[in-house]
Design a protein around this ligand. Structure first.
Ligand code: NAD
Ligand code: MG
Length: 386
């Protein structure tokens, strides 16, 4: 039996992970499950999988959680300190599936314990990658990427001979606005942005897929996870999302991992590593898929990739600022306070003003993150006044 804790259990990735656990319950013992505010769902999940502990981040959701779990023997707690404590409880595998920089502390605490940390929470790697990888080196923790592209690369990357890798090529679905003009994108609503053609995901990452900032964040995530330089990371648009990424070797060989676009496959790979387990995922049928298309991303219509590449090359405070500004701008877009094209405009504005920020310590990261959020909030307000 393998013990597992899931941070962000009520989200899209968390729910998929719990489906895998329910698929083969004898394999797993669930230690802790966490959520932000959804106490009802969290309590149902904890009861269904026999978790030892359930934690909500919001203090205001504590009474509801306690009530829903009364008489079950499942421990419950609330608040950020309780989340950190849950991350420090021993588990063979911790799935970091909180969305945004809000997942930073729990991910870091889990990494500090050693063991396997399956990372879906890409924003943590973007804003604090060097801290997370240094903590993993110190504790002996094994970081396994859950993001489908990085999981694909992990499966085909020759870590014994990294010098034999010429480049890694991340595939991007292109999102729901792949074929739209800037004029058409300008008026797109949150509902239209969230309606992803291939993947079913949380709201924030769905908007990131529409701007292509998701792929930008993933370029930075790749630089944190794999021994390659910024100039060895490329992106190709692949609308079917069947090839999950490529590794090109210096001899001209290109290796890829393919599969149906379902997060349960990379989640299963990371949770069971180094074993492979069966999943209830629809098998890839190449004949009915028929064709695989590839095209170059358009930097004019999708400036997010250029911004992310600049952040990656500058490093330091730039990725922190880009990520924090993007979280604020996406939320403002979801609340209909700004338009779709404002998201990347705000990201660029904030990053330009923050690139000198330090990023060496956790305090540096938290400070740069907060400062960028203030600037982004101001930029949102300024646009609303126009
Ligand atoms: P989601 O919005 O569906 O779920 C987010 C989870 O985090 C929820 O359980 C929520 O309660 C919790 N949460 C949110 N804010 C929190 C806070 N302030 N404190 C504590 N917990 C909080 O998101 P998702 O789509 O499951 O994505 C999770 C992470 O995985 C993201 O970083 C995303 O980029 C990454 N990811 C997701 C997918 C996908 O298919 N959904 C694919 C690749 C990577
Ligand atoms: Mg991805």
């Amino acid at each position: 039996m393998r013990s597992v804790s899931i941070f962000g259990a009520t989200g899209s990735v968390g729910v998929s992970a719990l489906e895998l656990i329910a698929h083969e319950p004898d394999r797993w013992s669930v230690e802790a499950l966490t959520a932000n505010t959804n106490a009802q769902l969290l309590a149902r999940q904890a009861k269904a999988c026999g978790a030892h502990m359930a934690v909500v981040a919001a203090d205001s959701a504590y009474a509801e959680l306690k009530d829903a779990l009364s008489g079950t023997g499942i421990e419950c707690a609330a608040g950020t300190a309780a989340l950190e404590e849950a991350a420090m409880r021993s588990a063979d595998v911790t799935l970091a599936a909180i969305v945004g920089a809000a997942g930073l502390l729990t991910t870091l605490r889990a990494v500090e314990q050693g063991g396997i940390v399956a990372i879906a929470n890409k924003e943590t790697l973007v804003c604090a990658g060097p801290l997370v990888t240094a903590a993993a080196q110190a504790s002996g923790a094994r970081l396994l990427p859950v993001d489908s592209e990085h999981n694909a690369i992990f499966q085909v990357f020759d870590f014994d001979a990294p010098e034999s890798v010429a480049r890694i090529i991340l595939t991007a679905s292109g999102g729901p606005f792949r074929t739209l003009s800037c004029e058409q994108m300008r008026t797109m609503t949150p509902d239209q942005a969230i309606a992803h053609p291939v993947w079913s995901m949380g709201a924030k990452i769905s908007v990131d897929s529409a701007t292509l900032m998701n792929k930008g964040l993933e370029m930075i995530e790749a630089a944190r996870l794999f021994p390659v330089g910024p100039d060895q990371i490329d992106v190709v648009v692949h609308p079917q999302s069947i090839v999950h990424s490529f590794v090109e070797y210096i001899d001209g060989s290109v290796l890829a991992q393919l599969g149906s676009p379902d997060m349960k496959t990379p989640i299963a790979y990371a949770l069971a590593y180094p074993e492979r387990i069966s999943t209830p995922v629809e098998r890839l049928d190449l004949v009915s898929a028929g064709r695989l298309d590839f095209e170059a991303p358009d930097p004019q219509r999708f400036p997010a990739l250029r911004l992310a590449r600049e952040a990656l090359e500058m490093d330091g405070g730039a990725p922190i600022a880009l990520n924090a500004a993007n979280e604020v701008a996406v939320e403002a877009f979801l609340k209909k306070r700004i338009g779709f094209l404002d998201i990347c405009a705000i990201n660029e504005e904030v990053m330009g003003r923050m690139s000198g920020a330090a990023a060496a310590t956790l305090e540096d990261v938290q400070q740069a993150d907060s400062a960028a959020r203030v600037l982004a909030g101001d930029a949102v307000s300024a646009r609303q006044r126009r």
